[in-house]
Design a protein around this ligand. Structure first.
Ligand code: FAD
Length: 541
C-alpha cells in the first residue's frame, strides 16, 4: 500500500473525480490502480466560497516499488504506515486479575484490551449501568433532581457519554492507538466514517449503546463489572526496602477486593477519591486547568461565517470553531469543547453546585452552537494544598448555584450586558438551551475578576474572527469549571504511581488525557503496561 496525502478536490466533486485525480497525480494508467481507500477526509474552508475536500488515501498499485522510487522527491507520496494493533502479551495461566476503577473511556479501553489479552479484569464503577444512569441524568435536566452517584460525570461510559462525542485529539500517537480506539468503537456500533473523517463525532445516543456493546465484549472475554461499587480506600503495603505496593481496594460498605495491579481511571470529578489518595500518601501535584462559561449563538451564524454560500452542505455538517485570545492581563481565553447544533447541559456531580458543559446528537441539528469560553488558570491562582484546585472549583460552582436561584438553574447573561458590566434582566433572540433553566443575572457574581476581565477583552477579539460572535443577545451560561483535572497523579515511565507500585493512574482524572479519544488511548497504554509488568517484560521507552 502507498499513502497519498493532501489530494485536494472541490467540495461537490463527483465520486469518480477522486480516482481520476489519483491517476493524474501518480501518473499511472487506470489498470495500475487496484484499490483506493480513504484514510482521512478533511476540508479546507479558509475560503468559504471555494471550500476544498482534502484527502489522505491508501492505494494498492501495480509495481509499487517502482512507483515509490519515481515519486521519491514528493513528500506527499510514500509507503502507507502499518496501523494494525498488536497485543504486547498474553495473560499467563493463573495470573491474578487486575482491577480497573472507572468505566469511562479510559477504564473501558484499558479493561477491553486487558480482556482481549486474557487478563479477565474486574471493573469497579461507582455509578449505574448506562440505561439507569440516563434516567438519573435526565432527572437533573428535566426536574432539577440530582443523584450524586449517577449523573453526567459518574456511571457507565464516564463523563463523555452524554456529550457531542467528538473523537479527535491533538495528542502524539506514533503507535496509532487512536486507530485502535476508533476501530473498537466501530465494532461497538459507531458509524464507519469515524475511521476517516478528520473531525469525527458520534453524539449522545450512539454512545449509550456502544458502551453496552463494549461491556458485552469484555464480559464475554471473562471480565467482570460491578456497578454501584465506589472505591473508598486502597490497601497499601510497605516492604522491607520501604517501597509501597498496592494490594487491593476497599469498597464503600467495607468489602475488600485484593489485587496487585489497580488501574485508577476515575475521571476529573472524583473529588472524594482525590482526597482519599492524598490521605493515603499517593503522590499528587496540582496542575493548571481552565474555567469560564458556555456561550451560545445561533448555529446558522457560525455556519454562515465559516462556510459562506456552502452553509448547509451535507459533506460539511454543522460548522465548528476554535478560538484563542492572549489578553493584556497575561491570561489566555479560548473556546473549549465546541458543540455545533447542540445544547448546554447541567454537569454537576455535587449537590448545591452548578456546572455547565455541552452535548449534541449525531445529527447536530439543534438550533444553537455552544462552546466553553474559558480562561487558563494555574496553581498560583489557588495556593494551598494539593486539593486547593478542587476547592477553587467548588467555590465558583456554589456561587453559580446561588446566582442561578437554586434548583440547579444556571446563571446566564447576555454578551451585551456582560460587556457593559450590567446584570441581565431578560433574554434576547438567542434562547438558552440549558435545562432545568437559566436565571438572567450578572456572571461576575460567580467568576474570578481576572476571568471576567479576560473574557471582556476576548469577546471583541473573537468577533473579529467570527463576525457576530459578540452580538448583544448571545447567551453566556455559567460556570464551566470541569475542563480538566485540577491535579495530576504522577506516574513514572512504567505508568505506575511514582510512589506506589502496582497503582496505574490513568486518563483525564490523573492528568494524562483530555477528551474521549485521548482517554481511550491512555487506557490502552496503561493496559499494555499492566500486561508487560505481569509478564515480566520491560516497558519500551
Ligand atoms: P471519566 O470519563 O470521567 O470516567 C471516570 C469514571 O470513574 C466515571 O464513570 C466515574 O463514575 C468512575 N469513578 C470515579 N471515582 C470512582 C471510584 N472511587 N470508584 C469507582 N468508580 C469511580 N470529550 C471529547 O473528547 N469529546 C466530547 O465531545 C466531549 N464532550 C463532553 C461533554 C460532557 C457533558 C462532558 C462532561 C465531558 C465531555 N468530554 C468530551 C470530556 C470527556 O468526557 C472526558 O475527557 C473523558 O470522559 C475522560 O475519560 P476518563 O475515562 O479519563 O474519565
Amino acid at each position: 500500500m502507498i499513502r497519498l496525502t493532501e489530494l485536494r478536490l472541490p467540495l461537490d466533486h463527483p465520486p469518480e473525480a477522486l480516482r481520476a485525480a489519483v491517476l493524474a497525480r501518480l501518473g499511472v494508467p487506470d489498470a495500475a490502480l487496484r484499490e483506493v481507500q480513504v484514510f482521512r477526509r478533511g476540508y479546507d474552508a479558509r475560503n468559504p466560497r471555494a471550500i476544498m475536500l482534502v484527502y489522505t488515501l491508501d492505494l494498492e498499485v501495480a509495481e509499487e516499488a517502482a512507483l515509490l522510487a519515481r515519486h521519491r522527491e514528493d513528500p506527499r507520496i510514500g509507503p502507507a504506515p502499518d496501523t494494525r494493533y498488536r497485543f504486547v502479551a498474553r495473560a499467563p495461566e493463573g495470573v491474578r486479575r487486575p482491577i480497573v476503577i472507572g468505566a469511562g473511556p479510559c477504564g473501558l479501553l484499558a479493561a477491553l484490551v486487558l480482556a482481549q489479552m486474557g487478563f479477565r479484569p474486574l471493573i469497579l464503577e461507582r455509578g449505574k449501568v448506562v440505561r439507569e444512569r440516563t434516567k438519573d441524568t435526565w432527572a437533573l435536566w428535566r426536574r432539577g433532581v440530582l443523584t450524586e452517584e449517577s449523573n453526567v460525570q459518574f456511571g457507565e461510559g464516564g463523563a463523555g457519554t452524554f456529550s457531542d462525542g467528538k473523537l479527535y485529539s491533538g495528542i502524539k500517537d506514533p503507535r496509532f492507538y487512536g486507530r485502535k480506539v476508533l476501530t473498537e468503537f466501530v465494532k461497538a456500533g459507531a458509524p464507519e466514517e469515524i475511521l476517516y473523517l478528520s473531525k469525527p463525532h458520534i453524539g449522545t445516543f450512539r454512545l449509550v449503546s456502544m458502551v453496552e456493546s463494549i461491556r458485552e465484549q469484555i464480559e464475554s472475554l471473562g471480565g467482570e463489572y460491578r456497578f454501584g461499587a465506589r472505591v473508598e480506600d486502597l490497601l497499601i503495603e510497605t516492604d522491607a526496602e520501604g517501597t509501597r505496593h498496592v494490594r487491593g481496594v476497599v469498597l464503600a460498605g467495607g468489602e475488600v477486593l485484593e489485587a496487585d495491579q489497580v488501574v485508577l481511571a476515575i475521571g476529573h470529578s472524583a473529588r472524594d477519591s482525590f482526597a482519599m489518595l492524598r490521605d493515603r500518601g499517593v503522590f499528587l501535584e496540582p496542575k493548571p486547568f481552565s474555567l469560564g462559561v458556555r456561550i451560545e449563538h445561533p448555529q446558522s451564524l457560525i455556519d454562515r461565517v465559516r462556510f459562506g454560500p456552502n452553509a448547509g452542505n451535507k459533506a460539511l455538517g454543522a460548522a465548528d470553531y476554535k478560538l484563542v485570545h492572549h489578553c493584556s492581563n497575561g491570561r489566555s481565553v479560548y473556546s473549549f469543547c465546541m458543540c455545533p447544533g447542540g445544547r448546554v447541559v447541567a454537569a454537576t456531580s455535587e449537590a448545591g453546585r452548578v456546572v455547565t458543559n455541552g452535548m449534541s446528537q449525531y445529527s447536530r441539528a439543534e438550533f444553537n452552537a455552544n462552546a466553553g469560553m474559558v480562561v487558563g488558570i494555574s496553581p498560583e491562582d489557588y495556593p494551598g494544598d494539593v486539593l486547593a484546585g478542587v476547592e477553587f472549583q467548588r467555590r465558583w460552582e456554589s456561587l453559580a448555584y446561588a446566582a442561578g436561584g437554586g434548583g440547579y438553574r444556571a446563571p446566564a447573561q447576555l454578551v451585551g450586558d456582560f460587556l457593559a458590566g450590567r446584570p441581565s434582566t431578560a433574554l434576547g433572540d438567542v434562547e438558552p438551551s440549558y435545562k432545568p433553566g437559566v436565571t438572567p443575572t450578572d456572571l461576575a457574581r460567580c467568576l474570578p475578576d481576572f476571568a471576567v476581565a479576560a473574557m471582556r477583552e476576548a469577546l471583541p477579539a473573537f468577533a473579529q474572527q467570527i463576525p457576530g460572535f459578540a452580538r448583544a443577545d448571545a447567551v453566556m451560561t455559567g460556570v464551566e469549571t470541569r475542563t480538566s483535572s485540577p491535579l495530576r497523579i504522577r506516574r513514572g515511565f512504567d505508568f505506575q504511581s511514582v510512589n506506589t507500585r502496582g497503582l496505574y493512574p490513568a486518563g483525564e482524572g490523573a492528568g494524562y488525557a483530555g477528551g474521549i479519544l485521548s482517554a481511550g488511548v491512555d487506557g490502552i497504554r496503561v493496559a499494555e503496561a499492566v500486561a508487560l509488568s505481569a509478564t515480566s517484560q520491560p516497558i519500551p521507552r
